[in-house]
Design a protein around this ligand. Structure first.
Ligand code: SIN
Length: 287
């Protein structure tokens, strides 16, 4: 039974995630409040807040309550704060950022444990984000599948999306998303090896971690042999029973656990502008 003294937590939105009220995130938070938010976050994997008024610096300060901030390599930060990345889809753009199931930057040697996303401007209709519970999805796999997945490692790389032939390097993407998606120092082509199934550093639970956006192949397998496994796991993970869909309002903020949550930014609001500010928090090497 969850007990909270300082915050209100409503977990009726869907299979994961909880809406939290009773806290103004733009102000410095007492340690007891941070502790309760952390407890609720571990319990629900994603926390959603509404009607917050966050400057970039306030957002970075809020995120820093939960760990050291990370810096994203593929986009320029806003002028006010080096840790806050603007994610913008203009009204005349066709492609969006994050429009496929993924966990953030799982190709990094030390990927971010959490993302804090704040809605600056939202379309009247559309632009929701879907979140999938990779822990429950792993639990629901058959024992033989789990046993094998636990033995295999994956090769993760930014190259599928940010590399020279990656999604964000296409002419259409560059026109839509701007040139700051580049990364010309060779980093976009690098590879790291992480488990396909990750054990959560704080709860010990296991979650599906490999995915179509960032996992190139199962270590020692060809990409052709690996893809059916990744496709199967993505189809499995994104079934309704594991997914919560969140509708943003201006001033909404979500904080999710990249170690066990996949997300997908829907691109169904052409003709309308959407602007989000994103901060990531450093994690630990996946094990
Ligand atoms: C992201 O994938 O980090 C962005 C998600 C969103 O814009 O909803």
């Amino acid at each position: 039974m969850e007990q909270y003294q300082y915050i209100n937590v409503d977990s009726s939105l869907g299979p994961l995630g909880a809406e939290v009220s009773g806290v103004d995130l733009s102000q410095p938070l007492e340690p007891e409040v941070v502790q309760e938010l952390h407890q609720a976050w571990l319990a629900h994997h994603v926390l959603f807040f509404h009607d917050q008024d966050m400057s970039p610096t306030a957002q970075a300060q809020f995120a820093a309550n939960f760990g050291e901030l990370d810096q994203y390599k593929f986009m320029q930060a806003v002028d006010e704060n080096p840790y806050v990345i603007p994610i913008v889809k203009e009204a005349d753009a066709t492609l969006n950022f994050g429009g496929g199931w993924h966990t953030d930057s799982s190709y990094q040697a030390i990927p971010p444990k959490a993302t804090v996303l704040y809605a600056v401007e939202v379309p009247e209709e559309g632009g929701d984000t879907m979140f999938a519970n990779a822990t429950a999805a792993f639990e629901a796999l058959s024992p033989g599948m789990k046993e094998n997945l636990l033995r295999w490692q994956g090769v993760y790389s930014p190259k599928l999306v940010h590399g020279s032939s990656g999604f964000y390097k296409s002419e259409e993407a560059e026109e839509n998303l701007g040139n700051s998606y580049g990364g010309d120092d060779g980093y976009a082509e690098t590879e790291v090896v992480h488990p396909l199934i990750r054990t959560h550093a704080e709860t010990g639970e296991k979650s599906i971690y490999c995915g179509l956006a960032h996992t190139v192949n199962i270590d020692g397998w060809s990409r052709e042999d690996s893809l059916p496994i990744f496709r199967h796991l993505t189809d499995h993970l994104t079934q309704d029973q594991f997914v919560t869909r969140f509708k943003w309002g201006q001033g909404s903020l979500a904080m999710w656990d990249n170690r066990r949550v996949f997300h997908y930014a829907l691109n169904d609001y052409h003709g309308q502008r959407r602007e989000m500010h994103r901060v990531t928090i450093k994690g630990e090497k996946p094990a």
